[in-house]
Design a binder for this molecule. Structure first.
Ligand SMILES: Nc1nc2c(ncn2[C@@H]2O[C@H](COP(=O)(O)OP(=O)(O)OP(=O)(O)O)[C@@H](O)[C@H]2O)c(=O)[nH]1
Ligand SMILES: [Mg+2]
Length: 476
């Protein structure tokens, strides 16, 4: 098989070279910073899929003294035919000279056969200063592509385009932070067309990356479905002796189990988020909501979450489950203390800790005390009595997945999970809506799903991921 291509990402200091490397190699560990001179040494970052290297990006320091280098090259070249060899000779002779350290670092991969990705900032005006470095790069004779990566808001990309077109075979606009995935693929294809030796291997890379993206979505659906099952069926339990039961007030017991139940749910959501982020090779995302930030609007149990992600009665009615299936029935049952078994008790219903559980619109988990057996009784709290909780978890999970799967690895901003809109679910096919609702009801009643039911929920969640993506796209 042909060796995987290597691309050196080169340019002026502080123009987004490392950002391009981070995005194209899907590596968020690469140092990116406001200060010029962040990258001091060349460093190779292979992109692997299933253990196979598809291509390697080399991050490099920026040019420091391009005019002096070009003067040296011009003084030592006899004809156009020896230019690449003259660049190699420059590197050999100046390797240990501190003043040309950065040039030697960045030219070495090119001398060794790497393709060129030249990065400029299209938000600042074109300057002839760049011409020395572009000339040096042309002298290497390597396949070359220029990227206009706009860091600021102004746009001088037309001028850049014209100038770059004089030096590079292909010129593209590519914003390292915001470029969508299909633009990554299109860059690879463009490179394949520049260099026939790389065409097949880059076509395969495009295929592998597309397959990987589809598989990641399937895996994300599985992770979300499993979390939904866990959270909808979760019960906090404690075994008590008769003495303990009479010594502890039921209120205290209910409060204790309830705290644990909430904590579990919050932590489970956090662990789902981490798993999704790892799936997409994002290991350093900072989220706005801190773990257990109970009082913030970002909290799973906040009123904002309910309003954003909960579904309306009308939605459930159209899902074929009638308004009676939600809210009211559960609350009535608790209030009457009926159908909940011996000793059922409402565990600190409303009000405690403020934001808990969506005011009076949802039925709450309740404390249940099982029958006495061999001097022991089991107290349990949960599962949640209402499917609405599942929709809140689902909406938050799908939104988080979308943000992570559309985030480039050059992104360093906080992940902004600002609430959007609840109505996306109304675009989901009815059969999948039914499937989700059915799964929620089963989890509440049976605490878990059979493997077949879990599979069907996963399919429905995957359809929900697609629906959410389309819905976001339609809204720009
Ligand atoms: N908004 C925006 N900012 C960017 C983009 N690319 C780079 N930046 C910012 O520009 C600055 C420099 O980015 P780097 O990727 O470190 O640039 P570099 O060319 O590797 O810099 P040196 O290693 O110092 O030569 C950082 O503050 C980045 O966040 C972009 O596409 N959009
Ligand atoms: Mg850098």
């Amino acid at each position: 098989m042909t060796e995987a291509p290597v691309f050196a990402v080169v340019g002026h200091p502080n123009k987004g070279k490392s950002s391009v490397v981070a995005t194209l190699s899907q590596n968020d560990a690469i140092a990116i910073a406001l200060e010029p001179g962040t990258t001091r040494h060349s460093q190779a970052y292979p992109l692997r899929v299933d253990g196979e290297v598809l291509y390697t990006l080399v991050d490099t320091p920026g040019f420091q003294r391009p005019r002096q280098v070009l003067e040296w090259l011009q003084a030592h070249s006899l004809s156009a035919s020896d230019r690449a060899e003259t660049v190699a000779a420059f590197v050999r002779q100046h390797r240990d000279e501190p003043r040309f350290h950065d040039e030697c670092e960045l030219l070495t991969p090119l001398v060794e056969g790497a393709g060129i990705i030249y990065v400029v900032d299209g938000s600042v005006p074109y300057s002839t200063e760049n011409e020395s470095e572009m000339t040096i790069l042309r002298w290497t004779g390597q396949p070359s592509l220029a990227l206009i990566n706009s860091i600021g808001c102004d746009d001088y990309s037309d001028d850049w385009h014209k100038a770059l077109g004089q030096f590079f075979q292909v010129v593209r606009k590519f914003n390292a932070v915001t470029a969508p995935f299909n633009q990554h693929l299109s860059l690879l294809k463009a490179f394949g067309q520049l260099e026939p030796a790389w065409e097949t291997v880059l076509d395969q890379a495009v295929m592998h990356l597309s397959d990987q993206r589809a598989q990641r979505k399937e895996q994300a659906a599985r992770l979300i479905a499993t979390a939904l099952e866990d959270m909808m069926g979760w019960q906090e339990k404690r075994t008590l002796t008769t003495g303990q039961l009479t010594g502890t007030s039921r209120e205290t017991l209910a409060e204790d189990l309830r705290q644990r139940w909430y904590q579990h749910q919050r932590q489970r959501e956090q662990s789902l988020r981490l798993a999704i982020e790892q799936l997409y090779q994002h290991h350093r995302i900072q989220r706005q909501e801190a773990e257990l930030a109970w009082h913030s609007e970002h909290d799973l149990f906040s009123e904002t979450s309910r309003q954003t992600w909960g579904v309306s009665k009308a939605y459930l009615a159209t899902a074929g489950f009638g308004a009676g299936a939600i809210g009211g029935a559960g609350i009535d049952a608790i209030a009457l203390g009926s159908s909940l078994g011996t000793g059922a008790l409402i565990g600190g219903l409303l009000g405690a800790a403020g934001s808990y559980f969506y005011g009076d619109r949802l039925s709450l988990p309740v404390l249940r005390i099982g029958p006495l057996s061999h001097g022991l009784q089991t107290a349990s709290f949960g599962p949640v009595q209402d499917s609405q909780f599942g929709y809140v978890v689902l909406g938050r999970a799908v939104d988080h997945w979308w943000q992570v799967s559309h985030r480039n690895h050059a992104g360093r901003d906080l992940l902004d999970l600002e609430p959007t809109d609840r109505h996306w679910l109304e675009d989901l096919e009815p059969e999948y809506r039914h499937e989700i609702q059915r799964a929620f009801t089963r989890c509440r009643k049976q605490c878990s799903l059979s493997s077949d039911q879990r599979h069907r929920l996963t399919m429905a969640v995957e359809a929900a991921l697609d629906t959410y993506g389309q819905w976001r796209q339609a809204r720009g």
